[in-house]
Design a protein around this ligand. Structure first.
Ligand SMILES: CC(C)(COP(=O)(O)OP(=O)(O)OC[C@H]1O[C@@H](n2cnc3c(N)ncnc32)[C@H](O)[C@@H]1OP(=O)(O)O)[C@@H](O)C(=O)NCCC(=O)NCCS
Length: 255
């Protein structure tokens, strides 16, 4: 091997042949679902039946949440400005951050770190919520603008329990919700980001893949929104910024 080669363990290609993690692409196309192959490419091995079911449910859960999230607004706005579908979808993906979709990463990190400690989920949740409150930080994966209980979370946890995937990490995620709500007196449900964080952590995924799960799930939704913008709306339409009030400095001169 020359010194100039670099190594990858994902896909091997040669003339007329493509092997993903060692499996021929034609066999994957014949026998497996998209979710199966997403699991394979991220994890390196094929999923078992439980892993397959959880992957399917997670990838469906975040496919879309209507036109108002930052990602859809950004994608539609960029398209409306006269740009291409790929630029618009990329803009949507770029909005994914700590408050939108990206909370999976931080929440999974916390759940993985804290479940490694001694203590019951309830004890750990109490300690964690105190720590976050003292630091005046929001708990990633909790709270929702619209849902008092996130329907996607309810379903993901129900499937996890039904197929025997509920363990200490999911218990901690739920205990944090209960503790947050008890101590704040607010509705702070485990949202879909938090539920995905708990499930991928229970499945043994590295927390650094967190945002990747949201991106893989949401891109079809973004493509659909951009296509609708393209085929139903006129360019540079008024997409509705809320009325705004200026409260900066009064008009002034440069002295
Ligand atoms: C999703 C989110 C932006 C929705 O916020 P919202 O319902 O509009 O609530 P607000 O931003 O108006 O906050 C209301 C209060 O709840 C508190 N709060 C909201 N989410 C909180 C959280 N995750 N942890 C702790 N406190 C939280 C705020 O600090 C605020 O308290 P204050 O009035 O004492 O300052 C918010 O819950 C959040 O930032 N969550 C963490 C990020 C996350 O999980 N994002 C994924 C969303 S699917």
């Amino acid at each position: 091997m020359s010194e100039q080669t670099w190594k990858t363990a994902i896909t091997d290609i040669a003339g007329g042949q493509i092997r993903v993690r060692g499996y021929d692409i034609a066999d994957l196309m014949e026998h497996l679902s998209f979710a199966d192959v997403v699991y394979l490419i991220l994890r390196g091995e094929l999923p078992d039946n439980q892993q397959r079911r959880m992957m399917e449910a997670m990838l469906v859960s975040s496919i879309d949440h209507g036109p108002t999230p930052p990602s859809n607004l950004a994608a539609r706005t960029i398209f409306s400005g006269g740009n291409s579908l790929n630029a618009a979808v990329a803009a949507g993906v770029m909005t994914i951050g700590d408050s939108h979709g990206g909370a999976i990463e931080k929440c999974a990190f916390i759940l993985q770190e804290w479940t490694a400690k001694d203590g019951t989920p309830e004890e750990l949740a109490k300690e964690l919520v105190v720590e976050y409150k003292e630091k005046k930080k929001r708990m990633p994966g909790y709270g929702h603008r619209i849902h008092k209980r996130d329907p996607r979370t309810i379903k993901l946890l129900e499937i996890a329990e039904r197929i025997g995937y509920k363990g200490r990490i999911i218990e901690l995620a739920v205990a944090i919700q209960d503790e947050l709500e008890k101590t704040s007196g607010r509705n702070l449900p485990l949202n879909v980001d938090g539920a995905i964080a708990a499930v991928i952590s229970e499945m043994g995924f590295d927390w650094r893949l967190g945002k990747g799960f949201f991106i893989i799930s949401r891109v079809p939704g973004l493509v659909a929104h951009v296509f609708e913008e393209w085929t139903r709306e006129k360019p540079m339409r008024k997409m509705g910024p809320l009325p705004f009030e200026y409260d900066g400095p009064a008009p002034r001169e440069i002295s």
